[in-house]
Design a binder for this molecule. Structure first.
Ligand SMILES: NC(=O)C1=CN([C@@H]2O[C@H](COP(=O)(O)OP(=O)(O)OC[C@H]3O[C@@H](n4cnc5c(N)ncnc54)[C@H](O)[C@@H]3O)[C@@H](O)[C@H]2O)C=CC1
Ligand SMILES: O=C(O)C(=O)COP(=O)(O)O
Length: 412
């Protein structure tokens, strides 16, 4: 009998890195996938190149860099799962042009980051990092000098998205005044209000917290001149991405006392694995809370992320749905029981759909359903047909031969 599916489930290799939750493994197993390789850290570049060449599905967190060069090795890869929120570690455009959708978990660790940030705001405003460091060294300095309640103080949130809004709501419940800055117009939650701009926010905040993604526009968005616009003795929290802050400028401002303190969870360069040496100009500064990129690292968040991203990957692999892909035309698909489903991912050039349909009309095969979405560069069309096994193989080959085709798959 001719082979009807591009990849029967038993042949699909799933590679999960960076200690992705067991929930993800269970989700794949329950869906009938058996070839699941799990690593508790990211892989060195050479090894990753070898492993990714064999994988059909890869799951990573924030450490694994999937550059265009790395993706060029991924000849069999059909989908990428970022088991986190940020996706800047993946070259999303390169993945799209290879016909590979990328999925993430846009909300599952939001609350974990927000709770940590608000706790850090309290710690910083009480001078706890310095006081704790002194006690650890045998010192004792009981004093109220420089210690403040957060009640009535202003928290400035840069990036009022999922995390930023949660921080705002929790901070307001503690009696803080909340101002925010975002490049998009945002609905203010509670009594929060939009600052006139970044400088305005910096000038009125006792604590500034960053919740923007890493983009060309946010790189070094907090440098020496922005720090100079902050209130003398104010505090900075960064649990977004390391490259958003000029870390040398921050270290200078903390040493000089221009800033009162900082809490930093993310760094321009982070160790690849637990146990690797961590180096930063902030090391040794008593007024800084340093954490090893654990904003989203709670058991609750990791369990939810494992379920959410694995379910999206399974759904795409089994059914073709790309709902909530971050780089790809989004198609929500019904089940296709009884039909052959063909997926055709192509460069978005004029005339592609008519070439696709021509193949079915010439083969005398009726189309039961068709779904199309396009992005500026890439189009994704899904065609459900009643076809014999022999027709299925031929149709897929013909679709693959259309110039501009990036990838085809067939699902039964
Ligand atoms: N430390 C950790 O473990 C974690 C860190 N993160 C980081 O936090 C970031 C934010 O996460 P979410 O709130 O879920 O993202 P989100 O996409 O919901 O919100 C980001 C907000 O930033 C705004 N923004 C983008 N560029 C901006 C600019 N140049 N200036 C001002 N605002 C700008 C956007 O309009 C959006 O409202 C993620 O991209 C990720 O890098 C996320 C989870 C865990
Ligand atoms: O969700 C994110 O963007 C994070 O930064 C968390 O990354 P992690 O999964 O802890 O490597």
């Amino acid at each position: 009998m001719a082979k009807k599916t591009s990849y029967p489930k038993s042949d699909i290799r799933v590679l999960l890195l960076e200690g992705v939750s067991q929930n993800a493994v269970d989700t794949f197993r329950e869906a009938g996938y058996s070839q699941i390789e799990v690593h508790d850290k990211s892989l060195p570049e050479d090894e990753l190149k070898r492993r990714i060449a064999e994988a059909h599905i890869i799951g990573i967190r924030s450490r694994t860099q999937l550059t265009a060069e790395m993706l060029a090795e991924a000849r069999r890869l059909i989908a990428i799962g970022c088991f986190c929120i940020g996706t800047s570690q993946v070259d999303l455009d390169a993945a799209e042009l290879l016909g590979i959708p990328v999925f993430n978990a846009p909300y599952s660790n939001t609350r974990s980051v927000a709770e940590l940030v608000v706790a850090e705001a309290i710690m910083l405003m009480r001078g706890i990092p310095q006081k704790s460091a002194q006690c650890h060294r045998g010192g004792w300095s009981k004093s109220a000098a420089g210690s403040h309640e957060v009640r009535g103080k202003t928290i400035g949130i840069v990036g009022y998205g999922h995390i930023g809004t949660q921080v705002g709501l929790i901070a307001e419940a503690l009696g803080m005044r909340v101002v925010f800055h975002d490049i998009e117009a945002k609905l203010s939650l509670g009594n929060a209000h939009a600052a006139a701009g970044l400088d305005d926010l910096l000038a009125q905040s006792d604590v500034v917290t960053l919740h923007v993604p890493e983009t060309p526009a946010t790189r070094d968005m907090i440098g020496a001149s922005q720090i100079a616009s902050m209130r003398p003795g104010a505090h900075l929290i960064n649990a977004s991405r390391g490259k958003v802050v000029d870390i040398d400028a921050l270290a200078g401002a903390l040493q000089s006392g221009q800033l009162g303190g900082a809490a930093v969870d993310v760094f321009p360069v982070e160790p690849k694995a637990n146990g690797d040496l961590f180096e930063s100009p902030l090391v040794g500064l008593d007024n800084v809370i340093l954490t090893p990129h654990i904003g989203g690292s709670t058991l609750e968040a990791q369990d939810n992320i494992g379920l959410e991203v694995a379910a999206k990957l399974v759904r795409y692999s089994d059914n073709g749905s790309t709902l909530s892909a971050v780089n790809f035309p989004e198609v929500t698909l019904p089940g296709h029981e009884g039909s052959l489903r063909l997926l055709h991912i192509h460069r978005n050039v004029p005339g592609m759909l008519s070439r696709v349909n021509e193949i079915f009309s010439q083969a005398g095969v009726n189309i039961d359903g068709q779904f199309l979405r396009t992005h500026p560069n890439v189009g994704y069309v899904v065609i459900d047909v009643a076809a014999t096994d022999a027709q299925a193989v031929q149709l897929k080959e013909q679709l693959a031969a259309i110039p501009g085709t990036l990838r085809t798959r067939s699902l039964v």
